[in-house]
Design a binder for this molecule. Structure first.
Ligand code: UT7
Length: 407
C-alpha cells in the first residue's frame, strides 16, 4: 500500500524498493485549432483528417507559452495530487523534442520554476517514446535506492516545428504537457517492467534537422535542403512510419507483459502514443483485443509527441478508467526510430481533499522560486553592465591584490 504520508517510505513489503506513480497533471494551451481552421490555409478537409487519423482538433501554444511553461504547469498539478513539497524532488526529467533551448535544459527551467532546489534536472530525447524512456530511467533510480522522488514530464510545442505548408505532417500535431510524480515505496507495484528499443537505421523517416545541420538519407549525407528538409522544421515519411508503428506496438506490448510475468488478459488499460486512430485500431486487431482496451484522446489533441502518453494517462485517471491495483501498459513509438513499452501496477492512493495541507506552502515556494530567478538574473545582468561600464575596474582590483601580496 502506498502511504499517504509520502515523506517516509513505508516498510511493509519484501524489502525491495518500488517506484509508484503518486501524482499526475496535464497542461494544455487554451487555443483550439480545428480541422476546419487548418483547411482554411492548407489543402485538406475535415473529412480527410478524421477518416485517415481520427483527429478533430489540436491545441496551439500562445506566444508566451513554451515547452517549459506548459511542463511547469503540468508538474505543479502533479505535485498537488502527490501532495509533496518541491524540495522533496531529487530528479526532474523532461522528455521533449521541442526544448525551449538546446541548453539550458527545459528540465532545469522547470526545476527553477518549481523551486526544486535539491533536484538534478535533464532533458531526454527519444521523440514520441521519450516519456516511457524517462519514466523507466527515473523508476530505475528509485528502485536502486539512489533517489526517492522524481518528476517526469512529457512536454511539447510541436506547432513551432511544423512546416505549415506540409499537409502530410501539420494536420497531425499539437501542443501540450503531462507529468507524473514517482515515489519510492516498499509496497509491491508501480513500474513493473519496461522494454526500450531503437533502430537508428530509420532515422531518415522522421526528424527535425537543427544544430547538426547534416541529414542522412540513404548513402547521402548532406545539408537538409538537399533532401527537401527545412532547418528546424519536422519532416516525416508518413506511410513508412505507419508501417513501423503498427508492427512494433503489438510486439512491444507482448514483450513487456512477458517480462512483467503478466498476460494480456490481466491488463486493465493500454495507454498508447496518440499518433493515429488507425494505428491504434490496427494494434488492437494484431493483439486480438477490443479497441476499448486502448485509451484514446487524440480526437481532441492530435499527436503531442512525448506529451501524448502522460496527457492520455491523466485523462484515463480522471475518467475513472484506472483503479488501484490495475496493471496498465504504456506504449510509445516514433523518431529515432525508437519504441518503448512499460507495465505499471497502479498503486496511487485515491485523491483526498483533506490531504492538501501543503498547498499554501507550495504556492509560497513557487512565488519564492520566481523571485529568486528574477533576482539572480538581474544580478547577472547588473554584474555584466558594471563590467562593461568599467572594464578596467576588475583588472585594477586584481593588480592591487597582487601588489598587497608582494613581500
Ligand atoms: O509520432 C510520430 C509517429 N507518426 C505517426 O505515427 C504517423 C504515421 N503515419 C500516418 O499517420 C499516416 O501515414 C498519415 C496520416 C500521415 C497519412 O495517411 P495515409 O493514409 O498514409 O495517406 P498517404 O500519405 O498515403 O496519402 C494518401 C493521399 C495522397 O494523395 P494521392 O497521392 O493518393 O493523390 C496524399 O497526397 O492523401 C493525400 N494527402 C492528403 N489529402 C488531404 C496527404 N495528406 C493529406 C491531407 N489532406 N492532409
Amino acid at each position: 500500500m502506498v502511504t499517504t504520508n509520502r515523506s517516509k517510505i513505508t516498510a511493509n513489503g519484501n524489502g525491495r524498493l518500488y517506484a509508484h506513480i503518486v501524482g499526475w497533471g496535464k497542461a494544455l494551451p487554451a487555443t483550439i485549432m480545428t480541422n476546419a481552421d487548418l483547411a482554411a490555409f492548407v489543402e485538406t478537409t475535415d473529412e480527410w483528417i478524421v477518416a485517415r487519423t481520427g483527429i478533430r482538433e489540436r491545441r496551439i501554444a500562445s506566444e508566451t507559452e513554451t515547452t517549459a511553461t506548459l511542463g511547469l504547469e503540468a508538474a505543479r498539478r502533479a505535485l498537488e495530487i502527490a501532495d509533496i513539497m518541491p524540495d522533496e524532488i531529487e530528479m526532474v526529467v523532461v522528455a521533449t523534442s521541442t526544448p525551449d533551448h538546446i541548453f539550458p535544459s527545459t528540465a532545469s527551467l522547470i526545476q527553477a520554476g518549481l523551486g526544486a532546489n535539491r533536484a538534478g534536472a535533464f532533458d531526454l530525447s527519444a521523440a514520441c517514446s521519450g516519456f516511457v524512456y524517462a519514466v523507466s530511467m527515473a523508476a530505475q533510480a528509485i528502485q536502486s535506492g539512489s533517489i526517492k522522488t522524481a518528476v517526469v514530464i512529457g512536454s511539447e510545442t510541436m506547432s513551432r516545428v511544423m512546416d505549415w505548408q506540409d499537409r502530410g505532417t501539420c494536420i497531425l500535431f499539437g501542443d501540450g504537457a503531462g507529468a507524473v510524480v514517482l515515489r519510492a515505496s516498499h509496497d509491491e507495484g508501480g513500474v513493473l517492467a519496461s522494454v526500450l528499443r531503437s533502430d537508428g537505421t530509420g532515422g531518415d523517416l522522421l526528424g527535425i534537422p537543427s544544430v547538426g545541420t547534416l541529414d542522412y538519407v540513404g548513402d547521402d549525407i548532406s545539408l537538409p535542403e538537399a533532401h527537401g528538409h527545412k532547418l528546424n522544421k519536422m519532416h516525416m515519411n508518413g506511410s513508412e512510419v505507419y508501417k513501423f508503428a503498427t508492427r512494433v506496438i503489438a510486439e512491444s506490448v507482448l514483450q513487456v507483459l512477458e517480462k512483467a510475468g503478466l498476460s494480456l488478459r490481466d491488463v486493465k488499460l493500454i495507454v498508447p502514443h496518440q499518433a493515429n486512430l488507425r494505428i491504434i485500431n490496427a494494434a488492437a486487431r494484431a493483439l486480438k483485443v477490443d479497441e476499448s482496451l486502448f485509451m484514446c484522446n487524440l480526437d481532441r489533441y492530435g499527436n503531442t509527441s512525448a506529451a501524448s502518453i502522460p496527457i492520455a494517462l491523466v485523462e484515463a485517471v480522471e475518467q475513472g478508467l484506472i483503479q488501484r491495483g490495475d496493471p496498465v501498459v504504456f506504449v510509445g513509438f516514433g523518431g529515432g526510430l525508437t519504441w518503448a513499452s512499460m507495465v505499471v501496477r497502479w498503486g496511487a492512493p485515491t485523491i483526498d481533499g483533506q490531504l492538501r495541507f501543503k498547498r499554501q506552502r507550495r504556492a509560497l515556494t513557487y512565488a519564492m522560486a520566481r523571485f529568486r530567478s528574477r533576482v539572480t538574473r538581474m544580478n547577472h545582468q547588473m554584474n555584466d553592465t558594471i563590467r562593461r561600464a568599467r572594464p578596467e575596474q576588475g583588472r585594477v582590483d586584481r593588480l592591487r591584490e597582487r601588489v598587497k601580496k608582494l613581500p
